[in-house]
Ligand binder design. Structure first.
Ligand SMILES: Nc1ncnc2c1ncn2[C@@H]1O[C@H](COP(=O)(O)OP(=O)(O)O)[C@@H](O)[C@H]1O
Ligand SMILES: [Mg+2]
Length: 443
């Protein structure tokens, strides 16, 4: 008997232990994606029965798919040789055919090495397990049209693994897995999402990681995508992060201004177990508006996923902290859910503040944000007071108006346009009505 010991690092172990049928893993370069894939492929090809009780004979296929056949061979062949070894030297590989792209183990079952660039080579046999490596670089239909149907016979399992490439089909699948809630009738979870940075690979040398971060092609965007494995979109360039100047604090004495708090609240959704969960966040945005210049100094963006009571508490606390502020909340059922709690907390803190309902104004969210923030930021009139929320907000600016990206921070800030303009209108009431000259008469 040949023994096989798979040695996973902790991140890989977390993926391995998951019971999900489809595992979706976004990970930075050099996390150990291919290494992990090789270990799972070997395990899959050694199994004689799967967890659903299907017998896995020699005809049950195991696939490794990379974007191209060349790439697949180059990556996987040496890995499997290294990890499985040949039978004649006490290992697991009995036979192989590089041209046809298969490796046969002592179990008699084969690992097929395939390229997504040749869809026809993927058709034909029923699969018990498949790995789609660097999935973001493949065409979307490879999965839905070719691979997924081939898993039906054995209720086969799949590993999607790769480094993000913008917000493409890999991102969509990742988000689907992230939002997936297991139904009571399901005997196993269908999806699970995983996310790791390059640095989560303990075998990666510190200097190697440093070199990857410092190479001159590494812009912040590249690092986020390739090393931190974030789904960066580049966005529509409507809001440029560089247009928001980061300042160390509010302008010094002598300047008059007022604090505004604008809230964009997420709805409250409960899952089947009663746990409150959501994918979008509630945001409490605190901004100081300078009277003379009407410049906005964003002081804080408090954001998170809270239930109605906690949301109310955080709003009242913020309002109490920024004395004399005006408070606006987006009108709707969420505001209605939060208001009664707010009244309780106001009584408790003995701090009363009027809530102004903010309206969408009949325009769609994207236009509203664009109108409120684009010109203003380009003219340098929105400043961000240094804080840990800065990066979170600037990422949202970069992604805007990507509909798959979060924009609750930009949305909350955009609401200020309604309130700060209202202040200006107040001023005007004190000023004598300005009358245009009679146009016909000229002057
Ligand atoms: N479980 C592990 N045990 C030992 N070395 C590992 C393990 N996982 C990854 N490595 C090593 O880390 C490096 C990166 O792995 P690789 O699979 O090529 O990364 P990726 O495909 O994510 O870019 C390789 O040198 C690999 O041998
Ligand atoms: Mg790889």
């Amino acid at each position: 008997m040949n023994e096989f010991r798979a040695s996973f690092h902790p991140g890989q172990m977390a993926i391995h232990m998951s019971e999900a049928r489809f595992k979706i893993c976004a990970a930075g370069r050099r996390f150990g994606k291919s290494h992990y894939a090789a270990l799972e492929l070997i395990i899959a090809a050694l199994m004689t029965e799967n967890r659903f009780g299907y017998k896995l004979g020699i005809e049950a296929g195991v696939y490794y798919v990379a974007p191209t056949f060349d790439q697949a061979k180059r990556i996987m062949w040496p890995k499997i040789r290294e990890l499985a070894g040949y039978e004649r030297t006490g290992g697991l590989i009995r036979n192989e055919n590089v041209n046809d792209g298969w490796i046969e183990l002592v179990s008699g079952r084969r690992i097929y090495i395939r390229g997504a660039d040749n869809p026809d080579s993927l058709r034909g046999i029923a699969l018990s397990y498949v790995v789609l490596d660097e999935y973001a670089d493949m065409k979307e239909n490879v999965w839905s049209e070719i691979v997924e149907p081939a898993l039906m016979d054995y209720e086969g399992e799949a590993l999607f693994i790769g480094t993000p490439k913008g917000k493409n089909h890999f991102y969509k699948l990742f988000m689907k897995a992230l939002q997936y809630i297991r139904g009571d009738e399901e005997t196993y979870p269908m999806y699970e999402a995983f996310h790791f940075k390059s640095g989560d690979n303990p075998f990666l040398k510190k200097h190697e990681l440093k070199r990857m971060m410092e190479s001159d092609t590494s812009s912040r965007e590249t690092i986020r995508q390739e090393i931190e494995a974030d789904f960066v979109s580049g966005g529509g360039n409507l809001l440029r992060p560089t247009d928001f100047k980061i300042v160390s604090g509010l302008p010094h004495a002598g300047r008059q201004g007022r604090f505004f708090i604008t809230c964009d609240l997420a709805g409250f959704v409960k899952d089947r177990r009663g746990k409150v969960m959501r994918t979008d966040e509630s945001v409490i945005c605190v901004t100081w508006v300078e009277d003379m210049s009407a410049d906005w100094y964003v002081v804080d963006m408090i954001h998170g996923r809270w239930d109605a009571r906690e949301t109310a508490l955080r709003i009242v606390k913020a309002a109490a902290r920024y004395h004399g502020c005006r408070l606006g909340i987006e009108k709707g059922i969420t505001m209605n859910a939060v208001l009664p709690y707010m009244e309780d907390y106001m009584r408790e803190f003995n701090r009363y503040i009027t809530v102004e309902g903010l309206k969408h104004g009949g325009v769609n969210k994207y236009s509203r944000i664009e109108w409120a923030l684009q010109g203003r930021s380009q003219r340098g009139k929105i400043k961000l007071v240094e804080g840990e929320w800065n990066e979170w907000f600037l990422d949202q600016c970069a992604d805007f108006p990507d509909r798959l990206a979060h924009d609750d921070g930009v949305d909350a800030l955009a609401y200020l346009d309604q309130m700060a303009t209202a202040v200006f209108a107040d001023y005007e009431e004190d000023v004598p009505e300005w009358q245009p000259l009679d146009l016909d008469a000229g002057y």
